[in-house]
Design a protein around this ligand. Sequence first.
Ligand code: ADP
Ligand code: MG
Ligand code: MG
Length: 252
Amino acid sequence: QPELVIEDLHVSVDGKPIVRGFSLTMRGGEIHAIMGPNGAGKSTVAQAIMGHPRYEVTRGRVLLNGEDLLQLSVDERARRGLFLAMQYPSEIPGVTNADFLRAAINARRPADSPIPLTEFMKQLNEALALLEMDVKMAGRSVNEGFSGGEKKRNEILQMLLLKPTVAILDEVDSGLDIDALKVVARGITHLASPERIFLLITHYERILQYVEPNFVHVMMQGRIVKSGGPELARELEARGYDWIREELGITD
Ligand code: ADP
Ligand code: MG
Ligand code: MG
């Protein structure tokens, strides 16, 4: 079973310290949620783990099964099974969804054994059906002209096909109506297994009504300030974040 250990992570953006001492250990089969107010540094943690060049790690380690991911290139991290569904997915004009997905799958396989086309089509069609996505979505340019909800579904489609070891989903629930939310939750539940770690980043607890996390963490000022079980998410939804600020004497 995989284990991801984030140790005392510090990340700066444009020279400004954003993440300041973020530590978290996650094991296979666990679903963790990170909640917190806007600007707490949630997306910054996700981008730093994935290796986005703008996010400068100034201290700390991110160990997947004992190997420090921070020493690896973005491609190498992806090949180790890291996946990030982004808060704002990019458009890739001129590249069809199907071609993009097949290339991404093959990048994670040995060069001499690409996925057979028939096998790829089978997996793609199963994933499209599970997510109630039109088959036509496979032939369209990646995210180009997609609605917000379609982009989020498309991130989940990628996740289903790539079957990551560590899936980080950044506000995958924002901008979704209830039906789309249920479909996205179904994709996550479908993939959840002892072989995988899920990290759900969310401002509200909407997605957590459909995917029950094992652990909920509150992030403020660049670090985890409180952890609990699923009941913590419900408490935050009911009471907001101010009571935690007061409890901890945070005055920003
Ligand atoms: P959250 O996801 O919790 O809302 P972010 O990680 O997006 O928080 O942002 C935390 C802080 O870092 C914010 O003050 C934000 O302005 C700043 N920040 C994050 N990413 C960038 C970026 N690419 N360029 C400039 N500032 C950024
Ligand atoms: Mg934000
Ligand atoms: Mg964010």
